[in-house]
Design a protein around this ligand. Structure first.
Ligand SMILES: C[S@@+](CC[C@H](N)C(=O)[O-])C[C@H]1O[C@@H](n2cnc3c(N)ncnc32)[C@H](O)[C@@H]1O
Length: 401
């Protein structure tokens, strides 16, 4: 049994383990995001384009460069599709007179598989990426239309020079928190939070952590973005609802599926109950009002647009319709693995226990697939324009974090 250095969630530096699973294998993010996440990315594209045509008020500097950053880019076809869409839309919106050159910065944590992403940009790979994007309504990736660079570090800090970015983008990412809130870590319980029917205090602690993290993100972008520049965000959230935990939707559903896997490992003596009780997930799905109030309080951006898009199925059930429940189960296991393997492995401290854990997830999904039918994702989509000068107080707040 291979042992990995175990880190309790209080020791865990989340940014060291959060990355999606790299490569192109069965449980890689690049492969799994082509079944679920790509649908959401495509649904958001019309809003992204409209935001660029209608709201962007950027003036280029003398260097004629337009700089785009994609925060939490991960790796795979989604990442390139988004970069390509932004470049095309900006070109169209700036018109014939201005012909900028484009730089696209792909930003993510250092655990991200940047090598696979950059390899996908080789001309032959771009063609197969365009072929895979086979729904017919998206143009192939515009090879060679921008210069690309990878930037690593947490987007809750500054990653770029002052006033250097024209367009900031972040997709399916900002619901990830920098850590499980301390108040939640301290209360041991056989629940994997975020999950439903837990106490108000737990929900409040998660909302507070989201508030802190999202404010840090906005503070950093306010320093980096040029006046009139945009920040376009889509994140997993919820539609209205004041009871934070009951409304956690898809994030709560995944937590519950995790609970069953932990419970089985405990019942069969693979792990101590304490291991289960000390595991929680570092994410929070806000509603539009919560996002709006943080943006207003932070103060550097105007909120031009906010809406909820949904409901996207969390589990494509094609295999079940073909009667292949086991294939469905293993696709659920692989999908969760693509997102969460690194966190689970750091917590369980062992490769084979991690395999066992995701095997349980898949086994249960195959047996209880009806339960998975109702699992849906709602997205909160937000468009911000940077208009205000940053004040002394906000600078102070930024450096404090
Ligand atoms: C689900 S993936 C989204 C990928 C891609 N944007 C898409 O739409 O398919 C979320 C990404 O956010 C990144 N991420 C989470 N927290 C981060 C942080 N604090 N700083 C930078 N990246 C972060 C993860 O590493 C992961 O690659």
């Amino acid at each position: 049994m291979e042992t990995i250095h175990y880190q309790s969630q209080s020791q865990l530096v989340m940014e060291n383990v959060l990355g999606m699973k790299g490569g192109h294998g069965d449980s890689s993010y690049a492969l799994n995001s082509l079944s679920v996440q790509i649908k959401m990315v495509r649904a958001v594209i019309p809003y992204l384009e409209r935001a660029i045509y209608e709201k962007m008020r950027v003036k280029l500097n003398g260097d004629g460069l337009f700089r785009i950053a994609d925060f939490g880019c991960a790796t795979g076809g989604n990442t390139l599709l988004v970069a390509d869409t932004i470049v095309r839309a900006v070109k169209r919106s700036l018109g014939e007179e201005e012909e900028p050159e484009f730089e696209v910065y792909f930003a993510d944590l250092r655990s991200n598989d940047f090598n696979s992403l950059l390899r996908m940009m080789l001309p032959t790979q771009l063609q197969s990426c365009a072929d895979a994007d086979n729904d017919g309504d998206t143009n192939p990736v515009a090879a060679g239309s921008y210069f690309a660079a990878a930037v690593c570090g947490s987007h809750f800090r500054r990653l770029f020079p002052r006033k250097s970015l024209h367009f900031c983008h972040s997709s399916l990412c900002l619901h990830w928190l920098s850590k499980v809130p301390e108040a939640v870590r301290e209360r041991r319980s056989p629940r994997v939070y975020v999950s439903s029917d837990c106490e108000e205090a737990v929900g409040g602690a998660y909302l507070h952590q989201f508030n802190t993290d999202f404010t840090r993100f906005l503070n950093a972008r306010a320093e980096e973005t040029v006046y009139g520049g945009c920040v376009f965000i889509s994140l997993v959230g919820r539609n209205g609802g004041t009871h934070i935990m009951e409304e956690q939707g898809t994030l709560g559903d995944i937590s519950r599926h995790f609970e069953y896997a932990f419970q089985e490992l405990v019942n069969e003596g693979f792990i101590e109950k304490e291991k289960w009780e000390s595991f929680n997930l570092p994410w929070f799905g806000p509603n539009p009002e919560e996002v709006e109030s943080i943006v207003k309080r932070q103060g550097a951006f105007t909120m031009e647009h906010v809406r909820v898009l949904g409901e996207f199925p969390l589990h494509p059930m094609t295999e079940v319709r073909r009667g292949e429940k086991e294939v469905f189960g293993s696709s659920v296991g692989n999908h969760y693995r693509a997102l969460l393997e690194n966190i689970v492995k750091a917590h369980l401290g062992c490769e084979s226990l991690t395999d066992e854990f995701f095997f349980r997830i898949g086994k249960r999904a195959a047996a209880k697939f009806e339960e998975y039918l109702s699992n849906h994702i709602e997205l909160v989509v937000v468009m911000l324009v940077f208009l205000k000068k940053i004040t002394g107080l906000m600078r102070f707040a930024f450096h404090e974090f």
